[in-house]
Design a protein around this ligand. Structure first.
Ligand code: TXA
Ligand code: MG
Length: 332
């Protein structure tokens, strides 16, 4: 089976992309968080093709992507006022709400759960494309299972070439990590995956919200139990600058070609030492936007990744959620 994967702009490819979706095929599209691999959410057979292309376990549910808030009523029932408040405040944007599913949503999307994840992305290409399809698109991140999420069309191509017919070009993703997932069916709204919409932002709207604590034994977001976001070489988190430097030279001694991934300030006092560094920029927002791209670049060019610790607050916690998974929790 040889399939040619093509990258096209929305202008070139909208018609063809819509045709593919309507005929039950998959299409990759950009969002502000990461690229998604979409299929008609109401077409069970099309949705199964997503799992095939990704090599994803069928018990991991997908998020349904919409192009208008009114579409939520096609997917969900019993929507609380609190859920409405979150939806109105943060959509379109980098958030996924978990709601009680409508019977119309196939089990392939929800993995048989009685809830469905819904997201209204704020990327002009995603919005136009989904609107033109006229149906919600079930879509996970457009990477093969356990690989790093893609934040550019090129990332998708390198990972999925031959597995999907078409990639819509949308440039580099502005947010850079996957959406915050908030379960609005829990007694207290619960963050299942941290992201650009932080617990504090949600608390302002909801009053009460439970943070993801990492200690859940039976994972509520089924995806949490899988190893995710793994680069092809070893990766560790350095507790501080000194340890990052020591680890760097230790690995160099061993003959590996290490790199340090960090924000600009991190290695400012390195004197004459020369390091391989991937600069994530100045702010936490910069670091969030650049972290996956940095992992992609690091696994291509270097043999060992040392990543700074971004702390436990705000966006830092969201970035660390991904970094800890990528490093398998290894710290020095
Ligand atoms: O930013 C994003 O959310 C991106 C872009 C493409 O929109 N999508 C994304 O999809 O990250 P994916 O499949 O890589 O991650 C979706 C996560 C999984 O961990 C899955 O278990 C969880 O959402 N999820 C989906 N539906 C759920 C549900 N009904 N209840 C609990 N968790 C759910
Ligand atoms: Mg993913």
């Amino acid at each position: 089976m040889t399939m040619q994967t093509r990258i096209v702009t929305l202008r070139q490819g909208l018609e063809e992309a819509v045709k593919l979706i309507k005929s039950g095929e998959v299409v990759v599209f950009p969002t502000e968080t990461v690229y998604g691999l979409g299929a008609n959410a109401f077409d069970a057979k099309a949705v199964r093709k997503i799992f095939e292309a990704k090599g994803r376990p069928m018990d991991n549910p997908l998020i349904a992507h919409i192009a208008d808030i009114s579409w939520i009523d096609r997917l969900a029932v019993d929507i609380s006022d609190e859920a409405r408040a979150v939806i109105n405040e943060f959509m379109p944007g980098p958030i996924t709400v978990i709601l009680k599913r409508s019977k119309k949503v196939p089990d392939e999307v929800t993995a048989g759960l009685d809830t469905v994840g819904i997201r209204f992305p704020n990327h002009s290409v995603a919005r136009e494309f989904i609107k033109a399809c006229g149906v919600p698109l079930a879509a996970p991140s457009a990477n093969t299972s356990t690989k790093i999420s893609p934040t550019s069309a090129q990332h998708v191509f390198e990972d999925m070439n031959g597995r999907v017919p078409l990639i819509l070009q949308g440039g580099a993703c502005e947010v850079g990590i996957e959406s915050t997932i908030v379960d609005m069916t829990a007694d207290v709204p619960t963050i299942l995956r941290p992201g650009a919409i932080t617990v504090n932002m949600l608390a302002k709207v909801l009053g009460k919200v439970k943070n993801f604590d990492g200690k859940i034994l039976v994972a509520k977001a089924p995806g949490m139990k899988y190893k995710h976001y793994a680069p092809s070489c070893d990766m560790v988190v350095a507790t501080n600058e000194k340890r990052a430097r020591e680890e760097y030279f230790r690995q160099k001694q061993k003959g590996l070609n290490p790199v340090i991934i960090a924000k600009k300030y991190y290695l400012k006092d390195t004197g004459d030492e020369q390091f391989n560094v991937i600069d994530l920029g100045e702010s936490d927002e910069d670091a969030m936007r650049n972290i996956y791209n940095a992992m992609h670049e690091a696994q291509e060019k270097y043999g060992y990744i040392i990543c700074q610790d971004f702390g436990v607050d705000g966006l830092g916690a969201s970035i660390m959620n991904r970094v800890n998974k990528a490093s398998g929790g290894k710290r020095i």
